[in-house]
Design a protein around this ligand. Structure first.
Ligand code: F3S
Length: 293
């Protein structure tokens, strides 16, 4: 039996940078508390390791406002807030800065680019369409940079139902981790329905490579394993892509979730992982499959 591990499995460049930034602050012995706005990545293992090392997660703007009030009451309150790779909405950024703490912005440059595109295009009079999930933090951030009208379309089905204005000029961007095929289908539907659309494909390369490779391996594999956190949207998309090509696709968070029962007919097991899956978890799964079957 052959085991194939995807080359593009695990942490992408943006996530690596954000996670490393937090660990660097711990090692540096930064004065005051270290905070992240939201969990630094969608991975419970990493987040609880950071928690043990004293990193606190700010969950919402109410907690930020409390920090601002505390700072007013005590000039000695200090700390560092790290913004994660998804980025944050403009108003949250302003609140983070108002805390007076040191701010380290680890927003992925590919996400920053989308903020700039939608800000500039909407200022020039374009209506914006974001292809992605409206309640994903990355999309909430993108939407906040639009000056004017913005619509979020989460699937080809929603594109079919979209009732816009055919007289308007639309600029369309995508959540960085959106499914490439569904993005193309969505764009085609909107164009065929007569909308005037300027397309800026902002699916990031890391996602593109990861999805293309996963699809290729899944199309050959008898069993496919996708490792990712249940809250990670890019991991869930990876699972959907693999499942379409390989009926026996498993979605697991850690090795503990894997209950494989391989028959003699299984010749190839493929493994891939989402952008927020740490290397050690991928290695564990890979070693287990290689040594036990
Ligand atoms: Fe950045 Fe792409 Fe990762 S946008 S955070 S490199 S998935």
């Amino acid at each position: 039996m052959e085991v194939v591990l995807a080359e593009h499995a695990g942490f992408c460049f943006g996530v690596t940078k954000a996670v490393d930034t937090v660990y660097e602050q711990i090692e540096k012995g930064t004065a005051g508390n270290i905070y992240t706005y939201g969990p630094i990545i969608h991975n419970d293992t990493v987040v609880s390791d950071l928690e043990k090392k004293g990193v606190r997660v700010i969950e919402n703007t109410e907690e930020l406002k409390k920090l601002i009030a505390d700072k007013k009451n005590s000039d000695n309150a200090n700390g560092t807030i790290v913004i994660r790779s998804h980025g944050v909405p403009r108003e949250v950024q302003e609140l983070i800065e108002a805390t007076g703490f040191e701010v380290i912005d680890a927003t992925c440059p590919f996400v920053k680019r989308i903020h700039k595109v939608v800000a500039a295009e909407s200022k020039n009079g374009s209506s914006i369409i974001v292809v992605g999930s409206a309640n994903h933090p990355e999309v909430e951030g993108i939407v906040s940079y639009v000056e004017g009208t913005v619509n979020v379309i989460d699937s080809p089905e929603s594109a079919q139902k979209f009732e816009g204005d055919r007289e308007l000029n639309y600029t369309l961007v995508s959540q960085t981790t959106f499914n490439k095929k569904k993005f193309q289908e969505t764009v085609e539907i909107l164009k065929n329905n007569g909308y005037n659309i300027n397309i800026v494909n902002t699916i990031c390369n890391a996602t593109d490579e990861r999805q293309t490779e996963a699809e290729e391996i899944a199309s050959r594999a008898d069993v496919m394993i996708v490792i990712g956190d249940a809250h990670s949207s890019n991991s869930k998309k990876l699972y959907e892509i693999c499942k379409e090509k390989c009926e026996n696709t498993y979605f697991i968070q850690t090795l503990e979730d894997l209950h494989l029962n391989l028959t003699e007919n299984v010749q190839l097991v493929g493994i891939t992982a989402g952008a927020s899956t740490p290397k050690n978890i991928i290695e564990e799964v890979q070693n287990y499959v290689r040594t036990n079957f």
